[in-house]
Design a protein. Structure first.
Length: 520
């Protein structure tokens, strides 16, 4: 009986479900796990050296993607009739002589970058200011507190109070979510003694600022913009030296700060002087972009744009390569497979489809920001952006449930609920995956909506869907390797994106925007 009911249930569901447009079936059925695997084995190979923006491996990946677009007959719509949209970057390296000098009742003491603190604040600075300790970064400040921090160096603990209480998902990321407070001149984040939020745990992430340089667009800012206040991530020993100004231990203030109503503490007996030195050079990177022209004489002037970022983190200071198989080799491979599916499908969609793999995502969404400011097809002619970032693994939540058949969808209802309806209908008619909207909540502490390339379309009013399967222990580590990718499940998500893209491209008109689009 159990076996019979298992057979009959999908059959009954198949009868009840709307079906995939028969004109799209050849493309849909062409999406194979083996093809995704072939692309990813190249993109995440050691020879590509982690595909770091502006470095050799990223350039090799760009040529590979462009070659695939050319073989498929996509129209090159980049610079000078190529598949590349080039842009210049300013690389700013932090000098090894950068230091923090504390003035205490016992005299002056110098602390050195790498050994005692980390920063990616790439600017020439000589700054001396008083210090004020506010507890965790999410400590609410009243008006008096806001006045107290003006003109001062704010000192906080790594993470947030919700981390300390164990209520924040993916808290490994949270120390990096600390942002400068308005009016402050710098922020010192006191790191943990050990683990991922320690000086050693963050060393590889920040070594690039010293060894290779941080990147920004020439003639503009990244989507994060510029800040007058710099961030410094300091060792517990340096943090304890700061707290000598109030005669407290680091453990004492850590315990006190987890409670409500923690008052700012002026560290009046200690002052800090930041001596920051930098060097600059100009580098170049490129988005890779190709277009499949639509079949409708009028609608082909509008586009659906499918994106993923093909850059990653490169090589660590210790020589280990970060392959970036899931982040975002999985999404890039999906875009290549989608390009093939649409190109080989005998019937073309009414609107044109643009396939774009962007660079500089890991440096602050630079490639997508550049495109949003210099669109090849006007953004007002872009009906939607479908963005794919990290779709190759299963996160801990669904690992515990033993269910790989899900995808997190983010942003699909924020600008146009019509796009969300198309997404849901596309899923019902095809893969019938569990669509998880957990991270779509604008109050979600992870803020994934702001952390991938769709955001630069959304903030310009373009409806978006971000497809994502969550973080894992290999995120941003050399262990994010190809053999851990679930290719059959990745193929299912890719087929869902294909059907969604097909239905969006054939939608009878541009989507109606929500009365109050939540692009934030």
């Amino acid at each position: 009986m159990r076996r019979i009911s298992f057979i009959l249930l999908p059959l009954s569901l198949l009868i009840a479900q709307p079906k995939i447009d028969k004109n799209a079936l050849p493309g849909y059925e062409s999406i194979k796990a083996n093809d995704l695997s072939a692309h990813l084995h190249f993109l995440a190979s050691p020879e590509l050296e982690g595909r770091e923006t502006s470095f050799r491996g990223q350039k090799v990946a760009a040529r590979y993607i462009a070659s695939a677009f050319q073989k498929l007959g996509l129209k090159p719509i980049g610079d000078a009739g190529t598949y590349f949209q080039h842009f210049d970057l300013e690389a700013t390296r932090i000098n090894e002589k950068t230091s923090i000098v504390l003035s205490t009742p016992a005299g002056k003491k110098e602390f050195l970058i790498r050994k005692d603190f980390l920063t990616n604040s790439a600017r020439d600075t000589v700054l001396e200011a008083p210090l004020i300790f506010i507890g965790f970064a999410d400590q609410a400040l009243d008006k008096e507190g806001e006045e107290l921090i003006k003109g001062k160096i704010v000192v906080t603990l790594a993470g947030t109070k919700t981390d300390a209480a164990g209520t924040s998902a993916n808290s490994f990321r949270r120390p990096m979510a600390t942002r400068p407070l308005p009016g402050s001149v710098a922020t010192f984040v006191i790191l943990d003694e050990s683990g991922p939020t320690s000086l050693a745990g963050l060393a590889n992430r920040f070594s690039n600022a010293i060894d290779k340089g941080t990147l920004r667009l020439v003639g503009g800012e990244s989507r994060r913009g510029a800040s007058a206040s710099s961030m410094y991530y300091i060792s517990p020993d340096l943090g304890q030296e700061l707290l000598l100004g109030v005669g407290k231990s680091l453990q004492e203030v850590r315990t006190s700060a987890t409670g409500d109503g923690f008052p700012p503490l002026a560290l009046g007996k200690v002052a800090a002087r930041i001596n920051s030195k930098i060097t600059k050079e100009i580098k170049q990177s490129e988005n890779v972009i190709g277009m499949l022209e639509g079949s409708d004489p009028m609608l082909k002037n509008e586009i659906v744009i499918l994106t993923a970022h093909y850059d990653h983190l490169g090589v660590n200071a210790d020589g280990q390569v970060n392959p970036g198989a899931d982040d975002d080799g999985s999404g890039t491979s999906a875009v290549l497979e989608l390009a093939e599916a649409f190109a080989l499908n005998p019937v073309k969609p009414k609107r044109s489809i643009v396939f774009m793999t962007v660079t500089g995502e890991e440096k602050g969404l630079l490639g997508s920001y550049y495109y949003s400011q210099n669109p090849i097809i006007p953004l007002e002619k872009t009906i939607a952006n479908l963005n794919t970032d990290m779709i190759g693994r299963v996160d801990k939540k669904y690992e515990a449930l033993n269910n790989p058949n899900y995808v997190y969808v983010i942003g699909s209802d924020k600008i146009s609920t019509e796009l969300d309806s198309v997404l849901k209908g596309s899923n019902t008619s095809s893969e019938n995956l569990l669509l998880d909207y957990t991270f779509n909540d604008e109050k979600d502490p992870n803020q994934f909506y702001r952390r991938s390339d769709h955001y630069n379309f959304a903030r310009n009013g373009v409806p978006v869907v971000f497809y994502f399967t969550g973080v894992h222990d290999d995120y941003h580590r050399p262990t994010d390797t190809v053999e851990k990718i679930l290719f059959e499940r990745t193929a299912r998500i890719t087929r869902l994106i294909f059907v969604t893209g097909w239905n969006v491209a054939n939608f009878p008109r541009m989507f109606t925007k929500n009365a109050s689009p939540a692009a934030y």
